[in-house]
Design a binder for this molecule. Structure first.
Ligand SMILES: [Zn+2]
Length: 117
């Protein structure tokens, strides 16, 4: 894996290390930086922090799956509950989907980039 010079996401020091994988968040951050004419700084994980960064990424990915399950449960409980109480209408599908979408987006606040080893 090619090393790049940048700011370590954990210790915040400028060194060379493994660059963050280019996903939608990283590409967006780079676009914003260049639009604001800020100096391009790569997000990296330095040698000492790389292992910890891998763990954080794993936790983040696990969280995404957990929240997808919560979202599905929320949707099923809302519609199933309404159905059981005999006041099910198709209009419940919309707030059900909106609520489920909101729940599945919550892990985004804990976003952590992927570093390839
Ligand atoms: Zn570091």
């Amino acid at each position: 894996m090619k090393k790049e010079r940048g700011i370590c996401i954990l210790c915040g020091e400028e060194k060379s290390g493994t660059p963050a994988g280019r996903d939608i968040v990283i590409s967006l951050a780079r676009k914003i930086r260049s639009a604001l004419k800020m100096k391009e700084k790569h997000t990296i994980a330095c040698g000492e922090c790389l292992a910890e960064c891998g763990k954080k990424r794993q936790r983040f990915e696990k969280m995404i799956w957990n929240y997808r399950i919560y979202a599905a449960l929320f949707f099923l409980l809302l519609l199933g509950g309404a159905f059981a109480m005999g006041n099910f209408t198709l209009w419940l599908v919309l707030p059900g989907l909106l609520g489920a979408a909101f729940i599945s987006l919550l892990p985004a606040f804990h976003y952590f980039p992927k570093f390839s080893f």
